[in-house]
Design a protein around this ligand. Structure first.
Ligand code: NAD
Length: 303
């Protein structure tokens, strides 16, 4: 099996540097026509520099690939629509959307201004929403689409000083959880990458001895597979770090079921806590109602 993207058109947001650049280079090297989107600017989202996207376009072209630059921000609905329009104007279609653009405004929560929270949510969550919303009708019409969102352990696990970032990164998982249902009928698959890599976002935070192995291009194979015709899953989160790849799932404990027809007190909850907390026999997290029905049936409360 060879994975290629001939006749496919991809948008990679935030593709001027770091992970996005590597995703764009890999897709282009295998035949995709790529919109390299990046307004440039600092890691906290201040300033702009068109040269950032231009350089990646030049690199793709120099290697024999096809690419155009887009300098628009994902964080505004009108501007995000223009990114999708760039793909249609330049290449006539859109098959792949890699939502990768990101910023950081780290601060402990008690020192964080609402503006720093809103800005990070605007780029990571709303930027992903806007680009996906603009791409969606095109993908539905074509009955084909591959959407990748970029999540983070700061969302799924948490991290000190990143309440804004963690909240936004967790939210994109909720987005694909729902879009996988809406996209299924149209062969639009929506998955998440949870990367770890040496970029300007992580430099200085992880010891160099480890960080040097965390080359951003080692994340791109997972993104490339999620962007391919061969991808056959939706709503999944894949972790990628220094050549290690994994699936991320939510789990539940076996839990405890009291008789719902009888009074249940906070003390009963407290006493059952060891059993509620015990994840020695994890169950995949799922909707509660079908499982409740089975338990109530087992208790003889419903027929
Ligand atoms: P990076 O700063 O090198 O790349 C992010 C890119 O996004 C930059 O080129 C930036 O100019 C661009 N960008 C910022 N605001 C934008 C906007 N409004 N519109 C379009 N582009 C914009 O950092 P990176 O580490 O390569 O991050 C890429 C993605 O991976 C981000 O979503 C980040 O949160 C996520 N991530 C990275 C790591 C890691 O270990 N590096 C871990 C978890 C998640």
């Amino acid at each position: 099996m060879t994975i290629r993207y001939d006749n496919r058109v991809a948008i990679v947001t935030g593709a001027g540097a770091g992970l996005g650049k590597e995703h764009a280079l890999l897709l282009a090297s295998r035949g995709a026509k790529v919109v390299v989107n990046d307004p440039g600017g600092s890691v906290d989202g201040r300033g702009t520099a068109n040269s950032v996207a231009d350089r990646v376009v030049e690199e793709i072209k120099a290697a024999g690939g096809e690419a155009v630059a887009s300098y628009a921000s994902v964080a505004d609905w009108v501007s995000a629509q223009s990114i999708v329009k760039t793909a249609i104007d330049a290449f006539g279609r859109l098959d792949i959307l890699v939502n990768n653009a990101g910023v950081l405004r780290d601060k402990s929560f008690h020192k964080m201004e609402p503006e720093d929270f809103e800005f990070v949510v605007q780029v990571h969550l709303m930027g992903t929403v806007y680009c996906t919303m603009a791409a969606w009708p095109i993908m539905r019409e074509a009955k084909y689409g591959r959407v990748v969102v970029t999540t983070s352990g700061s969302g799924t696990v948490g991290n000190f000083g990143q309440a804004n970032y963690g909240a936004a990164k967790m939210a994109v998982n909720g987005l694909i959880n729902c879009l996988r249902f809406e996209g299924a009928k149209y062969n639009i698959l929506c998955n998440a990458i949870s990367p770890s890599a040496k970029t300007r976002m992580t430099e200085g935070l992880i010891p160099d001895a480890v960080l040097d192995f965390m080359r951003p291009e080692l994340v791109s194979p997972a993104v490339a597979w999620m962007s391919s015709e061969q991808c056959n899953v939706s709503g999944e989160i894949f972790g990628a770090n220094a050549g290690f790849y994994k699936r991320v799932k939510y789990i539940e404990s076996e839990g405890v079921q009291f008789d719902p027809t009888q009074p249940i007190t906070p003390e009963m909850f407290a006493e059952a806590l060891p059993q509620i907390m015990d994840i020695a026999k994890p169950v995949e997290h799922g909707f509660g109602t079908p499982r409740l029905e089975a338990r109530l049936r087992a208790m003889g409360l419903i027929k």
